[in-house]
Design a protein around this ligand. Structure first.
Ligand code: ADP
Ligand code: MG
Ligand code: ZN
Length: 495
């Protein structure tokens, strides 16, 4: 029998506002900040304290929900989700349940429509680090998973409340995905979106964006959904794609062998490249949701919604379409530039500053420049090599003032020193020589110095021409215009 995978996604996004959701503590980096350095009685859950909603949180959430084409609820309700855990000192998490901030959005993966079920606000919990009897800490960088683990026997657990009360946005899709590739494409697009909107860094490794796929399979042609398994602890796009693919084939094999899928939550084991059971449906919590009595209903006025809509930047999928239509880039090229906002903007700025033909600018930005950035570790945010400078370099190349090879060397030097292309070319005497008299002279010299090669060329070994070309270029210290050299060399060889 053939099976069809069915997948729905829950994504949690930390909103990188200056302060937390209900208090004035700063939102700090969960990996580098001193534990419990950004904590107050409100986010530490002291009894009798009162939460006050940070409006920027709502603004950020509205940006995302609006970009996803959601219907915004004019009135949404905060609810208490009750459960006990050491990283949740209040004993409940403030979330939204029956009346979420927004519902019924959509996003396209290629031609495929993915329906967004809901987008709601909630607060993050703290983070636990489990330490064994010898004092060795388990990786604290699995924020998703820490609640599903325990301190090893003889060990203990540390709690860091820096993250408690950090605003989270949960984005839930309908079960509209049917492949691991589409799941990954969606997560990548969502990452680009939240980065464009300035609400999140999109750093899966740091756990500021957490993607949890729910996966089931069903016989092709049937409608009823199969039993779903949720994967947690996926901290890269690769892990996400592999985890989903693994789970799909595990479920199909299980059913083919006469078994049944059990509803459970599983973790992804990066080392083993497989999933393992974390908790089954039987442990499912009854959260006893009820409306949060300390917070009024959240009212979003028409004018607020309009203000947010008017403030949205060009969105990744809009830019993607424009890059394909206006620049004739193919899917991979356009997405490569769009997925990193700064890369697309840089590319456009180089074109705008007179960098030349689209293909040339594309090749230099994604080729030489990307590789300089990769090896140096300086990205676009470093401001090294402003686009106008790149355009100036490409103009020297297009005008024949320098050749391709020289341009590469000059680019590396510009990147390292910040000097302009022109000043480097002038200072190092790198300008390309197109002067016919000069080139005729070095070609003649080269032929005189290589009589054997000349002879064998004339005897029919035409590949020798390449060697001779190399000799001429060397003589000219790489600065001769290669087209002029080739033409002159050819003329002399055919004499
Ligand atoms: P839960 O309450 O367990 O979180 P929900 O019904 O709210 O479950 O759905 C959570 C996510 O799982 C949604 O993205 C939804 O589309 C997806 N989902 C629900 N049922 C299935 C299923 N049988 N197969 C695949 N995905 C599912
Ligand atoms: Mg769930
Ligand atoms: Zn606080």
């Amino acid at each position: 029998m053939n099976y069809e995978p069915v997948i729905g996604l829950e994504v949690h996004i930390e909103m990188l506002t200056k302060s937390k959701m209900f208090c004035s503590c700063p939102v700090v980096d969960s990996v580098s900040a001193e534990p419990n350095s950004a904590v107050c009685p409100i986010c530490a859950g002291h009894p009798g304290t009162l939460p006050v909603l940070n409006e920027t949180v709502v603004d950020f959430a509205l940006r995302v929900a609006t970009a996803l084409g959601c219907r915004i609820n004019p009135v949404s309700i905060f609810a208490r989700k009750n459960y006990f855990y050491p990283d949740l000192p209040k004993g409940y998490q403030i979330s939204q349940y029956e009346e979420p901030l927004a519902v019924e959005g959509q996003i396209f993966i290629g031609e495929k429509l993915i329906r967004i079920r809901r987008v709601h606000l909630e607060e993050d919990t703290g983070k636990l680090t489990h330490v064994d009897g010898r004092g060795t800490a388990e990786s604290a960088e699995n924020p998703v998973e820490s609640q599903n683990r325990r301190a090893p026997t003889g060990g203990y657990s540390l709690v860091d409340l820096n993250r408690a009360g950090v605003p989270l946005l949960e984005i839930v899709t309908e079960p509209d995905f049917h492949s691991a590739e589409d799941v990954r494409a969606y997560a990548e697009l969502l990452r680009a979106l939240v980065r464009y909107l300035g609400v999140n860094s999109g750093d899966l490794e740091k756990g500021v964006m957490r993607v949890e796929p729910n996966i089931s399979v069903r016989p092709v042609g049937t409608e009823t959904l199969g039993t779903k398994v949720e994967i947690k602890n996926l901290n890269s796009f690769r892990a996400l794609e592999r985890g989903v693919a693994y789970e799909i084939s595990r479920q199909i094999q299980l059913i083919e062998a006469g078994g049944a899928v059990a509803q459970e939550t599983v973790g992804w084991d990066e080392a083993k490249q497989s999933t393992y059971s974390q908790r089954s449906k039987e442990d499912a919590h009854d959260y006893r949701y009820f409306p949060e009595p300390d917070l009024p209903p959240l009212v979003v006025s028409e004018s607020w919604m309009n203000r947010v809509r008017a403030s949205l930047p060009e969105l990744p999928w809009e830019r993607y379409k424009r890059f394909r239509a206006d620049y004739g880039l193919n899917h991979g090229e356009a997405w490569g530039l769009v997925s990193e906002k700064a890369a697309g903007e840089y590319f456009q700025s180089v074109l705008g500053a007179g960098g030349g033909a689209v293909r040339t600018v594309y090749a230099w930005v994604t080729g030489e420049l990307f590789s300089l950035m990769n090896t140096s570790g300086y990205g676009f945010e470093s401001g090294k090599l402003p686009p106008q400078e790149m355009a100036a370099l490409l103009k020297l190349l297009a005008d024949g003032k320098i050749n391709q090879n020289t341009a590469k060397n000059v680019l590396a030097e510009m990147f390292a020193s910040g000097a302009s292309a022109e000043s480097i070319v002038a200072a190092r005497g790198l300008a390309q020589v197109s002067d016919a008299g000069f080139i005729a002279q070095i070609v003649a010299e080269t032929l005189r110095e290589n009589p054997h090669e000349l002879e064998s060329y004339r005897a029919g070994k035409v590949t020798v021409a390449n060697f001779l070309f190399g000799q001429v270029m060397k003589k000219a210290a790489g600065k001769a215009n290669p087209q002029v050299v080739r033409a002159e060399l050819e003329r002399r060889l055919k004499e």
